[in-house]
Design a protein around this ligand. Structure first.
Ligand code: M6R
Length: 605
């Protein structure tokens, strides 16, 4: 939530900051602002709404200078307006902030008592005010004294008006990366905006502070002693952050799924076996597992729920899918015979990070599945598996979701083999079938027009339900989330059996219900639930594998997808649902990649 950027070098900062903020907009887009320093004078421009409005303002006002910071906001404290937009300032300082200062009201009260005047409703404004009070001509010292007073999370970009050639930054609990250029340097909340300028980065750890000039980078540890940091090569390509010829990132990312799923699977399989190199847990550890918890938020939770059914069936371990925000505060009893698997695309989701901390503190075994290699969750877990989805920009996750599913499938086979719960033959078949998924998904894209036509018909529905059993229930939750978050249609996923325990009272003539039927064994059960809603006037649209379509004569509309083994069908079943969500939102002319009120990476509670 919120993106920050900073630049120091020989070029004009404004253009670089705006381009950088556009690359960070998926972290929040309700207001933006930049501060540029020129001959010790700060120029600040802010605008409500997306970065394009800030850019529009800059057509009329010129801000020159080679040092600047910028911010794109997802409001936490105070409305989305210009006053609350960052940067926030004091006499000598301008600050951009990603995170939440938890003790800000206490600080604000004390400062107000000593006559400090606040302009905004934000938690952030206490930071420049504290910096000012702690400033005696040495900005690093002012930062040291200030961060000692802050509780909560922050990544800060800071300009001191006395230092025209220096950009400062510090972090705790929110990500911050230094982009290392030639005669110029950058800071950013993630690597995407850096890719236009450099592929070399320094990843700051919590408690670290940096003093950055165009040619030098000095990093201090939490005790403010100078330290040496490794410069790492950024693994992503520039094209990953471009839309290419697609009208939206979401569509581009759906079409990337065959490639990224293939890449993810290849990284963890070899000759019909699943390989997790350097796995710290032994065969004995896996044999002794009493319970597995799969924990995540939003779509990552749905991956966990789908995997739960597979883990119990194949690996034969009691498995629970948990929302990270619930898990972190629940009194779940964990011990060394529990495995907690944290799933997170960004690797920065606050609740997922806290859930991981809790699992670690209670001695549970921890494995994370993340898409961002240097993320906080990747670094904190004992073992981390990388999904190879590449940069995912659209707020609605698609390709990262599918890569997570693929990793969880492989982890399930791996654990099942270690426990002797499944045969080598099953594991070989499952792995070989999974390697066919990319081709099958490509084949599925031939259905895009059929799904687009369906979307046109359905775009005006005001509510709908997704119904399924077992893994199809997990997929139904994901189908509903995808559709609601970008089309703003009120929809929900349910176990097919649950509707008649209450929700069926909402079914009336024309209510749309999506029936997910991937499993032959459960087909008669789900069909009878669908017939129940048809009897009450619902319009049912089913999604089923090609081989089951003939068994659904009672259903008027059936969208099919290629067959696979039941274990893997969710990976195919979800694609038409992602496309449906996309096309419905597109028909409605909505801002698909940046739906209202949302941000890609939820780094606050
Ligand atoms: O980065 P994470 O995977 O931890 O994010 C979790 C959720 O915030 C995320 O999946 C969210 O639900 C998506 N917007 C769904 O499309």
């Amino acid at each position: 939530m919120c993106g920050i950027i900073g630049y120091i070098g020989r070029s004009e900062a404004t253009g670089i900051l705006i381009k950088g903020l556009k690359g960070l907009e998926y972290r929040g887009y309700d207001s933006g602002g930049i501060a540029v320093l020129n001959k010790n004078k700060l120029g600040i421009i802010k605008a409500k709404g997306e970065i394009k409005f800030l850019e529009e303002k800059l057509q009329e006002i010129t801000l020159t200078g080679n040092l600047g910071i910028g911010h794109t906001r997802w409001a936490t404290h105070g409305k989305a307006n210009e006053i609350n937009a960052h940067p926030h300032c004091s006499r000598h300082f301008a600050v951009v902030h990603n995170g939440i200062i938890e003790n800000y009201s206490e600080i604000k009260e004390s400062l107000a008592m000593s006559g400090v005047v606040f302009e905004s409703e934000t938690d952030t404004e206490v930071i420049p005010k504290l910096l000012e009070l702690n400033y005696n001509g040495d900005a690093v010292d002012a930062i040291r004294k200030t961060v000692n007073l802050l509780e909560g999370s922050y990544a800060l970009g800071i300009i001191c008006t006395d230092d025209s050639d220096t950009l400062y930054c510090t972090k705790k609990g929110s990500p911050l990366i230094i982009g290392v250029g030639e005669g110029e340097n950058f800071i950013a909340s993630d690597v995407n905006p850096l890719l236009h300028y450099t592929k070399r980065a320094i990843y700051l750890e919590d408690g670290e502070t940096a003093k950055i000039t165009a040619k030098n980078i000095t990093v201090y540890n939490a005790s403010f002693a100078e330290i040496k940091k490794e410069i790492k090569e950024i693994q992503l390509n520039k094209s990953a952050a471009d839309k290419g010829n697609f009208p939206h990132y979401m569509l581009k990312e759906i079409y990337e799924e065959p490639e990224v799923i293939g890449r993810t699977l290849e990284a963890v399989t070899h000759d019909g076996e699943v390989i997790f190199e350097d796995m710290p847990y032994t065969d004995e550890d896996f044999k002794n597992l009493g319970r597995i918890y799969i924990v995540g938020c939003g779509s990552a939770y749905h991956v966990g729920l789908i995997a739960k059914y597979n883990f119990e069936k194949i690996a034969k371990v009691p498995t629970f899918a948990e929302y990270a925000g619930e898990f972190r505060y629940a009194d779940t009893v964990l011990d060394e015979n529990c495995l907690v698997i944290i799933i997170s695309q960004s690797g920065e989701t606050a609740d997922s990070l806290a859930a991981l901390k809790k699992a670690r503190d209670m001695d549970a075994k921890t494995v994370s599945v993340v898409n961002v290699p240097e993320s906080s969750i990747a670094k904190m877990s004992r073992y981390s598996i990388l999904t190879r989805a590449g940069a995912e920009i659209a707020v609605a996750t698609t390709k990262a979701f599918s890569c997570q599913l693929a990793v969880l499938d492989m982890l399930c086979i791996y654990i099942a083999r270690k426990r002797g719960a499944c045969t080598e033959v099953f594991s070989e078949i499952a792995i070989n079938m999974s390697l066919l998924l990319p081709k099958k998904i490509e084949k599925l894209f031939a259905k895009a027009d059929e799904i687009k036509a369906l979307a046109k018909e359905l775009k005006d529905m005001d509510k709908c339900y997704f119904l399924g059993r077992n893994v199809d229930y997990g997929v139904s939750l994901e189908g509903a989330l995808k559709l609601k978050e970008i089309s703003y249609i009120d929809c929900a996923g349910y176990p097919a059996s649950e509707l008649k325990h209450g929700t069926i009272s909402l079914i009336e003539k024309g209510t749309v219900c999506f029936g997910l039927i991937s499993n032959k064994e459960l087909l008669p059960k789900t069909i009878s639930n669908l017939i129940e809603v048809i009897a009450r006037g619902a319009r049912v649209i089913a999604f089923a594998p090609e081989s089951l379509a003939a068994e659904l004569p009672q259903l008027e509309t059936v969208v099919t997808y290629p067959d696979s083994i039941p274990f893997l069908t969710p990976s195919l079943e979800v694609i038409p649902l992602q496309l449906l969500a996309y096309y419905v939102a597109n028909e409605k002319g909505l801002p698909i990649d940046k739906p209202r009120n949302l941000a890609k990476s939820v780094t606050v509670e």
